[in-house]
Design a binder for this molecule. Structure first.
Ligand code: GLY
Length: 271
């Protein structure tokens, strides 16, 4: 008889200082997203579906810098990054610098299911969306009226990691990137191993300054800590990864992680 595991899920809504009074609402948004994924896991659903659904919830919440509410680049445009990965199969899909889609994580999932490539960027991602009949939206519809000013202090990324009752791990990460970035800039989130990674030992989503996270290939590094020794659990690996980010590059960020036993870990060195 197949083993039935106890599922788990963790989400993040970005790490960094919150300069307005939105903390309570952000926590509510994270909780709602986690519960959306949790409902899928409780019904025996797949970790991959749970992380996608959780991240869709965060993308649709204008408080978070992903999907609706994404930050603006130096031309005042929204360009978004997202990735999704399944641990046991190592299947992954990602989109980078994409505009005109409401839920980049859903498009990343379609790249994963398509299977030919892992990362599609910019116009190419949009062309793929059109070819598969993926719904498009007006780029301005993701820009919430009257919120431009607040977006200038917007930071972060959203992410979800889940472990399902079949013992499978998955991760999804989505972001509008960093404010005032150059057009075409791609952050860590859609790069497999940098902001997003899953294998059969662990699944990880990172948030923080993408350029630092990329230099350390942080998500894969965190999973490698789990490979190193059986007594390194999710929480230890998460702390080690953030310590590495701080010590090696004096950078700040956050990480969420689930190991192959379903243990949850998270760490941050921001407020
Ligand atoms: N970590 C999000 C970004 O730098 O794009």
């Amino acid at each position: 008889m197949a083993v039935v595991y106890s599922p788990s899920i963790i989400v993040h809504g970005g790490a960094g200082p919150i300069k307005d009074d939105s903390l309570a609402a952000r926590l509510e948004g994270c909780k709602a997203a986690a519960l959306t994924g949790w409902a899928i896991l409780q019904q025996g659903g797949a970790a991959l579906d749970a992380v996608e659904a959780a991240v869709v919830g965060l993308e649709d919440n204008p408080l978070f810098n992903a999907g609706t509410g994404s930050t603006l680049n130096s031309l005042g445009k929204i360009e978004m990054d997202a990735a999704i990965m399944e641990g046991h199969s190592l299947r992954a899909g990602a989109v980078a610098a994409v505009s005109g889609v409401k839920n980049p994580i859903k498009l990343a999932r379609r790249v994963l299911e398509d299977g030919r490539h892992i990362l599609l960027a910019g116009e190419g991602a949009l062309l793929f969306a059109r070819q598969i009949g993926f719904p498009e939206c007006a780029p301005e519809s993701l820009l919430v009226e009257g919120e431009k000013k607040r977006w200038q202090s917007k930071h972060g990324t959203v992410g979800a990691v889940a472990f399902d009752s079949a013992g499978r791990l998955a991760v999804a990460t989505s972001t509008g990137g960093i404010f005032n970035k150059l057009p075409g800039r791609v952050g860590d989130s859609p790069l497999i191993g940098c902001g997003t990674y899953a294998d059969d030992y662990g699944a990880v989503s990172c948030t923080g300054q993408g350029e630092a996270i990329m230099r350390l290939v942080l998500a894969k590094s965190a999973v490698d800590f789990l490979h190193e020794a059986d007594d390194i659990e999710a929480q230890t690996a998460a702390r080690m990864a953030i310590a590495h980010l701080e010590e090696r590059l004096q950078s700040t960020g956050g990480i969420i992680l689930i190991d192959r036993s379903g243990n949850i870990g998270y760490a941050r060195d921001t407020t």
